[in-house]
Write a protein that binds this ligand. Structure first.
Ligand code: CAA
Length: 245
């Protein structure tokens, strides 16, 4: 029987690469997409030439606590979930003086509160089963901060604290909890930045280039593999040297 990986935000830049990687690794992926995006999810599914044995599209509003509990408990009745990748994330960049409460709340809800909503039902089931892997996709900017990203940096740093705390709680049941902190990666999220700002940031990256989404996905693949079984509570930076812990 194939192992099952639930990946949130799976049709985004990094999410899509993680989905393809875990399919190649032999997982069946439950690929979540946000409410109202069925058509674009279908389009992505066909463009990537997945079949239904490899990828199951699953509508999930990661900001809705009740919906996540209901739908994930239902999903768990159909079978186990071995891996969760909390990847869904958004930006609403702006200097703090001008930031609206909406821009703050949207980012905290999608990037941080989603960890509670999505992880809690599955974590309980993983502990009962005696094993599982949780991977949270944070960011270099959660580690170092970034001008214009108080909301995003707060959420991404929060993911790291959450992961370390949950790693303690899962360890005795064989549930590992780890973080990947990507640097600037070639995705639509980064491509929509002001080109001059992006160029100035890229010039500060020791490797002088963006990461590819596949380079981020490779780290997820390692952490969910048998070889990663003894790693927990760790944050793995994949940032071309932009920030060294
Ligand atoms: N440090 C110090 N001061 C800075 C600065 C910096 N890094 N960047 C800009 N400033 C200064 C400017 O010089 C300007 O000063 P003056 O008013 O004296 O001229 C002032 O701050 C305002 O700057 P902007 O003109 O840039 O302000 P803006 O409102 O037009 O733009 C912003 C704000 C959109 C947030 C812009 O600063 C920006 O794009 N910042 C980068 C945000 C970023 O890195 N986003 C990453 C998105 S991708 C992602 O998040 C994925 C991931 O995980 C890495």
């Amino acid at each position: 029987m194939k192992k099952v990986a639930l990946i949130t935000g799976s049709k985004g830049g990094i999410g899509s690469a993680i989905t393809s990687q875990l399919v190649d690794d032999g997982f069946r992926v439950v690929a979540t997409y946000s409410t109202g995006n069925y058509e674009s999810a279908q389009k992505w599914f066909h463009e990537k030439a997945f079949d239904k044995e490899q990828v199951r599209l699953f509508e999930l509003d990661v900001t809705d606590t009740e919906e996540c509990a209901d739908k994930l408990i239902q999903l768990l009745q159909e079978g186990t979930i071995d891996v969760v990748v909390n990847n869904a994330g958004i930006t609403r960049d702006g200097v703090f003086k001008k930031m609206t409460a909406q821009a703050w709340n949207d980012v905290i809800n999608t990037n941080l509160n989603s960890l509670f909503n999505v992880t809690q039902p599955v974590f309980s089931a993983m502990c009962e089963k005696g094993g599982g892997r949780i991977i949270n996709i944070s960011s270099v900017n959660g580690l170092k901060g970034q001008f214009g990203q108080t909301n995003y940096s707060a959420a991404k740093a929060g993911m790291i604290g959450f992961s370390k705390a949950l790693a303690y709680e899962g360890a005795r049941s064989g549930v590992t909890v780890n973080v990947i902190a990507p640097g600037y990666t070639g995705t639509p999220m980064v491509e929509k930045m002001n080109p001059e700002v992006l160029e100035s940031i890229t010039s500060q990256i020791p490797m002088k280039r963006l990461a590819s989404p596949e380079e981020i996905a490779a780290s997820v693949s390692f952490l969910v593999s048998d070889a990663g079984a003894y790693i927990t509570g760790e944050t793995l930076s994949v940032n071309g040297g932009l920030h060294m812990n």
